[in-house]
Design a protein around this ligand. Structure first.
Ligand SMILES: [Zn+2]
Length: 121
């Protein structure tokens, strides 16, 4: 399962980052996922629940921001955003696009950490 290994690697990366803040709890993890990364969000959310269970990340919210596919068309000398991922042609002139600007992202955008000490004040 594709999403399960993604979830596992996110858990690993977040745990590593959170280690810098002992005693703090991770509240929220924001991801940027390109439309071409072929990640099913529902499935990823489910895998996230499983992967964080029993870890310090349990209960942390996973927020996914979908990054649209953006192509660069050499003919138009412009970037164009695609609605779908069916074709890689420029929506303006119909030429096959030469360059993919974005859409393959799979990265952690930010991690929100809740400091328990601060919360008790
Ligand atoms: Zn074009």
């Amino acid at each position: 399962m594709h999403e399960l290994s993604i979830a596992a690697s996110i858990v690993e990366a977040v745990t590593e980052s959170a280690a810098a803040y002992p005693g703090a709890r991770v509240k929220e993890v924001r991801l940027r996922i390109g439309a071409l990364a072929s990640v099913i969000e529902d499935s990823l959310q489910f895998c996230w629940q499983i992967s964080t269970e029993g870890t310090p990340l349990a209960g942390a919210v996973l927020r996914v921001e979908t990054v649209p596919v953006t192509l660069h068309c050499a003919a138009c000398q412009a970037d164009a955003q695609l609605d779908g991922v069916q074709s890689f042609r420029c929506p303006r002139c119909g030429e096959p696009a030469t360059e993919l600007r974005q859409g393959r992202e799979l990265e952690i955008d930010s991690i929100e950490i809740e400091d328990e000490v601060e919360q008790q004040v």
